[in-house]
Each structure stands twice: as structure tokens, then as C-alpha cells.
Design a protein around this ligand. Structure first.
Ligand code: GLN
Length: 298
């Protein structure tokens, strides 16, 4: 089949759902992913044809897109902080806000940002822990930018850890993964007995049931609720547990970094202040929402 005709069918079937531009970007992601055909090639070779099995693959994608399945789950991969990541329904699709969090951490630990240099260059005992790692996007992008740090990543979901392990391997970084529930100290006490960290970072579940209507239907239907939602009655449960953990397990002057619920900025900030963290700062994401929080242990 001629690829251009296929693109036309994508538009007919999907424009009403996603709009023309988004459908184009889906289509080009597919041609790159399945055919290694870049966008420009399609323009230069309008008669480019594909085989029957390739056509079948595209029609399968078309069906999934009609069902509003996220393109990242359909293709099985995405990009985060310029790095490739495998994703499936067991992990949250990495968000741009989380790239901002990683960017902030790297800036904080390296002075003026210079992407041509290895950043977070520290002595070999520099230790970073990511709690609730999911796809591993935070841990891996920090590891990639801090070759001398020892990076640990914890998650309660074994299925998520399988994805994160693959991602660490494909990105060529060594991470120590821990299957544990941060809310249940007996699952990690022993492991962390003799460890202290320079950085603890987390993007835990933080969406309340009452905010459910703000979440896109395709997110609600496809992404793991375990990674997204918290009980309305105790929305800061993870932040409290991680702050307590950090009080015990951060080195003096160690840093705690959170991605947070935009509506709970002040409450989350108060948790850190109550635990005697210094320099507690709330930061906004590119959309102007309170999204990141940092503090330093005394
Ligand atoms: N920011 C995510 C969303 O909008 C939620 C991430 C989380 O709960 N940690 O869906």
C-alpha cells in the first residue's frame, strides 16, 4: 500500500477524535517506529509503499488509536529527558512535568546547566534514591547524568520493576532496584540498614478521587491507578512516609525532591518544614502550577 494513502485513512478515521496535527504526529511516530521512515522521506517520496504485514500493523495501530489507547503504550516506547524508555500498562507514561523535576535536580547539583558536560559529578559515594520509580525514568535519567553516583530505585510493583530494569539496561546505566512498599517499613528496613543518601527523590501517587474529573479519559482507562491515585482522606500519605524516611536516611545536607499535587503545595511544604528541613521551596511547572518541592536536611 502507498504510505500516503494510509496517512489519508488515518486522517479520515481519527481527525474527529484527535485533530489533524496530532494525527499527523501519531502517523510519523509510527513510520519512524515500524519502518524507520522519517517524516522528510514521506515528503520526498510520496509514492513510498509498504508490504501487507506492515499495512496490517498500521491498521492495528489505527484501531487502538480509535479506542483512545495512548500512542506510547501502542508503540511500547517513549522518550524522556532525551532518552528512550519502554513503557507498558504497568507503568505511568513519563510526563513533561517530571522532566522539569529531573532538570531541576541536575541544575541544583551542577551549577549552571551545561548539557555537553557530565553533570552531578561527585565523589563515588554519592547516592541517589528514587522512590516509586515506575518506568525508571527519574532514576535512569539522573544516573545517565551522574556517572559517578550510585543510584537506587524502589517500587512496590514487580511488573513496573521489570520495565525499569529493561530501561536501565537499554540506557546503559547500573541501578539497584528494590521491590518494597515505602508505606511498610518491614519490606525495606533491612535493605537500607547501612545506607544513607545524598538525594531522595519521588513522584508518588498524588491524584485525589475528587480530581478524577480533571484526568483525561484515556489516562483513566489505560494508566495504572496504583501509580496515580491516593485516598481523598489521606492524600499526603506517601509524602509523609517519604519525608520520615528522608529524616532517617538522608545524609546531613542531603536533598529531598518531590513532584507534588498542584492543589496541595502549601500542605506538602508544611510537612517538610515540620520535619525541620531547611530551604524548603515550592516550584512551579511550565504550566504555572505548584509542581515541585525541595528541601535540605539539616
Ligand atoms: N501528573 C500525573 C497526571 O497528571 C500524575 C502523576 C502522579 O500521580 N504522580 O496524571
Amino acid at each position: 500500500m502507498v504510505l500516503k494513502e494510509l496517512q489519508h485513512i488515518f486522517h479520515i478515521e481519527l481527525d474527529a477524535i484527535y485533530g489533524q496535527h496530532e494525527v499527523d504526529s501519531f502517523f510519523y511516530l509510527c513510520t519512524e517506529h515500524y519502518l524507520s521512515v522519517a517524516r522528510i522521506q514521506l515528503t520526498l517520496e510520496p509514492e513510498l509503499t509498504i508490504t501487507k504485514p506492515e499495512t496490517d500493523t498500521f491498521f492495528k495501530v489505527l484501531e487502538d488509536l480509535k479506542q483512545q489507547k495512548p500512542i506510547q503504550y501502542i508503540l511500547g516506547d517513549t522518550e524522556f529527558f532525551g532518552l528512550p524508555f519502554k513503557v507498558n500498562e504497568n507503568v505511568l507514561i513519563p510526563r513533561p512535568e517530571t522532566e522539569e523535576l529531573v532538570d531541576m535536580i541536575i541544575r541544583n547539583h551542577s551549577g549552571p546547566y551545561d548539557c555537553t558536560q557530565d553533570v552531578l559529578r561527585e565523589e563515588s559515594q554519592f547516592k541517589i534514591l528514587d522512590i516509586g520509580t515506575g518506568s525508571g525514568c527519574i532514576a535512569i535519567s539522573l544516573a545517565k547524568n551522574s556517572p559517578n553516583a550510585k543510584v537506587y530505585a524502589l517500587d512496590v510493583s514487580l511488573e513496573a520493576l521489570k520495565v525499569a530494569t529493561q530501561n536501565a539496561k537499554s540506557n546503559n546505566v547500573e541501578i539497584t532496584f528494590i521491590e518494597a512498599d515505602i508505606l511498610n517499613a518491614s519490606t525495606w528496613n533491612l535493605f537500607f540498614e547501612n545506607l544513607e543518601f545524598d538525594i531522595v527523590v519521588s513522584n508518588p501517587p498524588y491524584v485525589r478521587e475528587l480530581e478524577k474529573q480533571e484526568i483525561q479519559p484515556n489516562v483513566l482507562e489505560n494508566e495504572p491507578h496504583l501509580a496515580l491515585f491516593v485516598d481523598d482522606n489521606n492524600p499526603l500519605i506517601f509524602y509523609k512516609a517519604i519525608t520520615d524516611f528522608a529524616v532517617k536516611k538522608l545524609k546531613p545536607k542531603g536533598k529531598l525532591y518531590f513532584e507534588i499535587n498542584q492543589y496541595l503545595g502549601e500542605e506538602t511544604k508544611a510537612l517538610l518544614a515540620d520535619a525541620n528541613f531547611e530551604d524548603v521551596t515550592l516550584l512551579k511547572d511550565l504550566n504555572g502550577n505548584d509542581r515541585m518541592l525541595k528541601g535540605e536536611k539539616i
